[in-house]
Design a protein around this ligand. Structure first.
Ligand SMILES: [Zn+2]
Length: 254
């Protein structure tokens, strides 16, 4: 089986999600035979079913943070992963505040899971042949971590929601860099990356491929594929704008 990442949505920011201008189902990773779901936003179950991705095959669900556009479908996906709670299986990884203060994971579902692990800065986790770690806490209104996945073949960095800060990119080296780029222009009171900041990060990290996703309205109006092509020219790295339903085959990195 090839290693793939399916984009079950590319919407970021409230209006894009609330109006479903783009879908908001997060990422379905199939790495070294391990299926993982990262950030099941609104509509994940529908988007996954439409693409014949089976929740009962998931080994784990991971929340980078508890904002709704990343977590709204987490409960139904836990139920689907555990076949309605009939099979105790699968793992859930989430920051502490997603489980404790103002929790987004319903208590009655927690016993369906084989294990729940708290995401913490610099801790590493393993599922089968895939390991991942949460290198640094992001600058975002709730507890938020990006993730770096390592398979026997590739390193995949998912740089999720954050304000740009000094030292951010030190943590996200890898063959593939996936960036949540909500905004076109930097500045303002927003805890999100802009396209220009994404360009700086890509230039410094030099991944083999960079994929932009999680678009807000300003990015969407600027046509993400045009922004990506401009960033490719500026950085010398192949930069792709994700599309709803896009399947990226990691063989493209070899
Ligand atoms: Zn957020």
């Amino acid at each position: 089986m090839p290693d793939t990442i399916t984009f079950l949505g590319t919407a970021g920011a409230r209006l894009m999600v609330a109006n479903q201008i783009l879908a908001s189902g997060g990422l379905w990773l199939d790495l070294a035979g391990v299926e993982l779901l990262l950030d099941p936003g609104p509509g994940t179950l529908v988007q996954a079913s439409k693409r014949k991705l089976r929740a009962s095959k998931l080994e784990a669900i991971i929340l980078s943070h508890r904002h709704l556009d990343h977590s709204a479908d987490v409960n139904i996906m836990i139920e689907a992963m555990t076949e309605g709670g009939l099979k105790r299986r699968g793992a859930l990884f989430a920051p502490r505040d997603a489980l404790e203060e103002d929790p987004v994971i319903l208590h009655y579902l927690r016993s369906y899971l084989e294990r729940i692990e708290i995401l913490e800065e610099r801790r590493s986790y393993r599922i089968g042949e895939v390991s991942f770690h949460a290198p640094v806490r992001h600058h975002h209104p709730v507890e938020t971590y990006g993730l770096v996945f390592e398979t026997p073949r590739h390193t995949i960095s998912c740089l999720v929601d954050t304000r740009f800060f000094e030292g951010l990119c030190l943590h996200y080296k890898g063959d593939l860099l996936i960036l949540n780029v909500v905004r076109l222009e930097p500045g303002g009171p927003f805890d999100h990356l802009s396209a220009a900041e994404a360009g700086e990060i890509i230039k410094r990290l030099e991944p083999k491929v960079a994929i932009l996703t999680h678009f807000g309205m300003t990015m969407w109006r600027a046509k993400p594929w045009e922004v990506a092509s401009r960033l490719s020219d500026e950085t010398g790295v192949r930069v792709i704008a994700a599309r709803d339903g896009m399947i990226f085959d990691l063989a493209e990195l070899d």
